[in-house]
Write a protein that binds this ligand. Structure first.
Ligand code: NDP
Length: 309
């Protein structure tokens, strides 16, 4: 059986899977671009120096079509896979196939990390994206989420996880701005149900860009980009540079081989800023901790280095 973690495996490969040793994987569609194998295998290499029981552990990537996900999860379980990460489009779709989900994954409405439960006879789901954001923002920006006003750009999957982590961490207030207002309203409604005493507001598009706007981005805000704008080098910033103030901090969940425009704008104004590699590495380190009990902070530096090369 192949040890090649650069290869993208298929459902057929999974059906024929015979590798002995401890198996882990990321499952997506598409998945070829995923940095998770590089990151998780570097963590296994690092951790096995002090944890010999991890010597045979390897992390692979599987491309599985959405309609085959339920069947694939059963096979992953039967083949003895110990842990899985889910990426687009499976994070939400997987929930009905899981034996249990954590409270955190339930509120977010998505799971990105699965672990085996022998008693239940299947996989259970957790979501480490939200706490990945919290650890990343607090460590990289040296700013506590508690007591900080958050301006969240976006209302998709990443925004959901970030919003829940921010509210769980007692952010001062959460302002949501999204291209389609309807999706922002759905997100806000769900959040208000789970966090009834929190201050959650939607920023109307018109107010946001208007000079005489009644909407005022509060002092010491953390501006978080959870839109897809920033993925491509040609993408404009989702936040006007002239509204970035010197007491703000910026966190951009997107990551790639370039500096996203929002981060570049913040740096040019000497505002603390970080991109999504920090979050990617922290969510991966938190998943690694769930599977191996190796503390996330011990493997984070190795994982971050692996994706920053
Ligand atoms: P979704 O598809 O669920 O959501 C995309 C969001 O981006 C929506 O709010 C959408 O607005 C908005 N959007 C898309 N295109 C535009 C545009 N041209 N202008 C303004 N807004 C736009 O994606 P995810 O939430 O899963 O991912 C969002 C980003 O976060 C991606 O770049 C992804 O790579 C990154 N991410 C990073 C992680 C990390 O660990 N660093 C983890 C997960 C995601 P609308 O509702 O109007 O369509």
């Amino acid at each position: 059986m192949s040890e090649n973690f650069e290869k993208t495996f298929s459902l057929e490969d999974l059906k024929n899977w015979q590798r002995s040793g401890r198996n882990f994987a990321v499952v997506g569609d598409p998945v070829a671009h995923s940095l998770s194998p590089k990151m998780q295998n570097s963590a296994f290499e690092f951790a096995k120096k002090t944890r010999p029981e991890l010597a045979s552990a390897k992390y692979f990537k599987f491309q599985i079509a959405p309609e085959k996900l339920g069947n694939a999860l059963e096979i992953f379980y039967k083949k003895g896979f110990e842990g899985l990460n889910l990426t687009l489009p499976h994070k939400i779709a997987a929930l009905p196939f899981l034996k249990k989900i954590s409270k955190n994954a339930e509120i977010i409405g998505a799971a990105n990390t699965l672990f085996r439960d022998e008693i239940c006879g299947g996989f259970c789901g957790e979501n480490t994206d939200g706490n990945g954001f919290k650890f990343a923002a607090e460590n990289a920006l040296k700013r506590k989420i508690a007591g900080t006003p958050i301006l969240l750009l976006g209302a998709g999957g990443a925004a959901r996880a970030i919003a829940v982590a921010a509210l769980q961490s007692n952010c001062e207030a959460l302002f949501i701005k999204n291209r389609s207002r309807e999706k922002a309203e759905i997100l806000a409604k769900n959040l208000r149900k789970n966090f009834p005493s929190a201050k959650i507001e939607i920023v109307p598009e018109a107010d946001f860009y208007c000079e005489k706007s009644e909407f005022f981005v509060p002092e010491n805000s953390l501006v978080v980009n959870a839109t897809s704008l920033g993925l491509k080098i040609s993408d404009a910033s989702p936040f006007p540079k002239n509204l970035l103030k010197s007491d703000f901090a910026v966190f951009d969940a997107t990551y790639g081989n370039h500096v996203p425009a929002l981060v570049a704008d913040a740096i040019s104004k000497k505002i603390p800023a970080a991109d999504g590699r920090e979050m990617l590495a922290w969510q991966g380190a938190l998943a690694f901790e769930i599977w191996t009990r190796v503390p996330a902070e011990n493997v984070f530096p190795t994982m971050f280095a692996a994706i920053s090369k």
